[in-house]
Each structure stands twice: as C-alpha cells, then as structure tokens.
Write a protein that binds this ligand. Structure first.
Ligand code: PEP
Ligand code: MN
Length: 345
C-alpha cells in the first residue's frame, strides 16, 4: 500500500504517520519527490485496513499496489531512482556507460583497458573476476587475484568497478573490492544469491535471465529490495529465442516497458545481446533511442586474443569511434554523457 501526501506536508506530520504505521509492525519507505512524498508500507497490509489513514493530516490518497512487485513498481517512488556507483550514477539526467573486458586476464590488459575506456567517456569499469561459462572447461576467471587487480586499477584511475558475484560465498570478498555487484543472467533467479546481495549496502546490477520475462526480472529485483537494498539497476542483455543469427535476441521493447513499470534505472548490454562486434553500435543506439539510462559494453585490447567473449568485444579504436557518435546522439536525446565528478572513491 502507498500513501500519497499533499504538497506542503510537514516533517512532523510524516513522522507521525510513520510512527503509527511502524507501531503496527510494518516497515515504511519514504520517497520524497519535488512536489509530494510517497510513503510505502511494507508488510502485512491487512492490519492497515483498520486505520483511517485519510484522517491523518497531510494525507491525500491511499492506494493499493496491485502488481506482484511492490518496492520495484513505478508507483512506489515519487521520482525515478538514481543509483550512485562510486563517483558515477545510473538513472540521473546523464547517460552512463560501463565498459571493460569480459574477464580480467592480467593486470596490464586491465590497466590499458581502464585507461582507454575512461578516455573515451566510460565512467564505470566492468570486468569479470568470476565467470559463468557455458562449458565448465572454458576459462572461468582469475577469481580473487582479479579482484585485487580491479581494486588497484580503481584506486589508480578513480573508475568505480562493477563485477559479477556468482555465489553467496563470494559476496563478502567481492563487496569489499567492487563498487557494484553484478548478478549475471544465469543467476537472475538464484534466490539465495538475490537475498544475500540485498543484505549488502553495495548497488546491484541485475541482468535479465536468458529466458526470463520482464515480470520475472522485476520480481528478482523485488527479492533484492525486500532485504533493504534499494540500489538496483536492471539490464536488458538479450534473451533466448528461435533466432540463431545473433547470440541472443535484443528485446529493445523491454526498455520502455521497464521504464514504465519501475522507478529503477534500466541499462542495456549490446555486447551479449548481439554476440557480434558489428552489432554493438547499432544495438547501443537502439537502446538510447528506447530510453535506456546507460550501457554495459565489452572492450578488449586485442579481441582476437580474448579468453572470453572476443567475438563481441570492441577494440579501443572501435569503442572510441562508437562513443564519439553515441555522445552526440545521447545529447540529442537529452541524455548527455558526463565525465566522472571529481569525488574521491
Ligand atoms: C558478462 O557480463 O560478462 C556476462 C557473463 O553476462 P551475462 O550474465 O549477461 O551473460
Ligand atoms: Mn562476457
């Protein structure tokens, strides 16, 4: 249930409402917009039915949230959520690009790539330390060693890091080294993992599962948020269909649908969606046109030598060329790229 307040409600009136609701054993979530505040009530709503909420000063409307996802639903927040990742953010006015290699292969390629993507306008570094691979015999990442290298590069370049966590046992160490925890497509419905990342204070990048519906994705986000972590960014990365010409099918319509359904930021991953480097730029442009808040792009110093996902990785000059054109297009769409603000991380 959500309580919509009148413009001009006082802080004391909000506190009064909150105390009354919490005394009934529910939790509250306050979302203050420019003109009104929304108080979300979480827990057994039955007990609220006995309370004449409309009689409280400052209350305009009391609405049930009918969707199966509540915390993630658009109605739950007064304004779109901004998720801060180090000095960068997703869901603000600017368009945010996270880029980097599929996997950390060694320190020098990581440093080189960090420098190249930062200079081209990316404000978050992506790179896998623990890799989910289709075959268990493929390269599965350098693990803890890669996390240390990521932390060094983060210190050196000031770029916040997003990296995947595949198992609840890895959460502590990944959260210690990274700014944002990535839940990969194959783990989108690993409910114990969702629950545990929801208990951390790190923002989460949640990728859509290979055969997940938009509703499934929103319910997975809801699991994370129900544990108290509201800093979730959703990622459309292509889904499995009967089409074989592309690695996955990029569901561009998911972007405006998600933007309508949720207050959470939505980004697209054109690298995994198409699976081919020639498709990265066209899909990136489509994502911007569809209203995405940012991108996740794979970049490698020498894609033909990459230990994972070389076919879909851009080299430095391809990434730079794409970013130059993309910046102009994003600006046209009212979403300029911004350099990292000089905040210490
Ligand atoms: C990745 O980002 O490198 C990755 C493994 O992505 P996904 O989980 O979307 O396949
Ligand atoms: Mn990859």
């Amino acid at each position: 249930m959500i309580i919509v307040t009148r413009a001009g409600i006082t802080a004391a009136e909000i506190d009064h409402l909150r105390e009354r609701i919490e005394a009934l054993g529910l939790r509250t979530h306050i979302s203050a917009g420019e003109h009104r505040t929304i108080i979300g009530c979480i827990g057994d709503e039955e007990v609220l039915r006995e309370v004449p909420l409309l009689a409280f000063p400052g209350v305009e409307e009391v609405l049930p949230v009918l969707k199966p996802y509540k915390l993630a639903s658009r109605e739950f927040a007064a304004a779109p959520t901004e998720v801060k990742v180090g000095a960068a953010r997703f869901g603000g006015l600017e368009f945010t690009v996270a880029a980097g290699p599929c996997s950390v292969e060694d320190e020098s390629m990581l440093r080189e790539t960090a420098m190249a993507v930062r200079d081209a306008g990316a404000t978050v570094l992506r790179a896998g330390a623990f890799k989910p691979r289709t075959s268990p015999y493929s390269f599965r990442g350098l693990g803890e060693r890669a996390l240390k290298e990521l932390a060094d590069v983060r210190r050196e370049f000031g770029l916040p890091i997003v990296t995947e966590v595949m198992d609840t046992r890895q959460i502590e160490i990944v959260a210690e080294h990274a700014d944002m925890l990535q839940i990969g497509a194959r783990n989108m419905q690993n409910f114990s993992l969702l629950t545990e990342v929801g208990r951390t204070h790190r923002p989460v990048l949640l990728k859509r599962g290979l055969s997940a519906t938009i509703k499934d994705l929103l319910l997975a986000a809801e699991y994370i948020m129900s544990q108290g972590n509201m800093h979730v960014v959703l990622c459309e990365r292509g889904i499995r269909t009967f089409e074989t010409a592309t690695r996955n099918t990029f569901d561009v319509a998911a972007i405006p649908v998600l933007k309508r359904e949720t207050h959470l930021p939505v980004v697209a991953d054109p690298s995994h969606a198409g699976g081919r480097r020639d498709l990265v730029a066209p899909l990136a442009f489509a994502a911007i046109a569809a209203g995405a808040d940012g991108l996740l792009v794979e970049v490698h110093p020498c894609p033909e030598r990459a230990l994972s996902d070389g076919e879909q990785s851009l080299d430095f000059s391809e990434f730079e060329a794409m970013m130059e054109r993309l910046a102009a297009f994003a600006e046209l769409m009212g979403r300029p790229l911004r350099p990292l603000s000089p905040v210490a991380i």
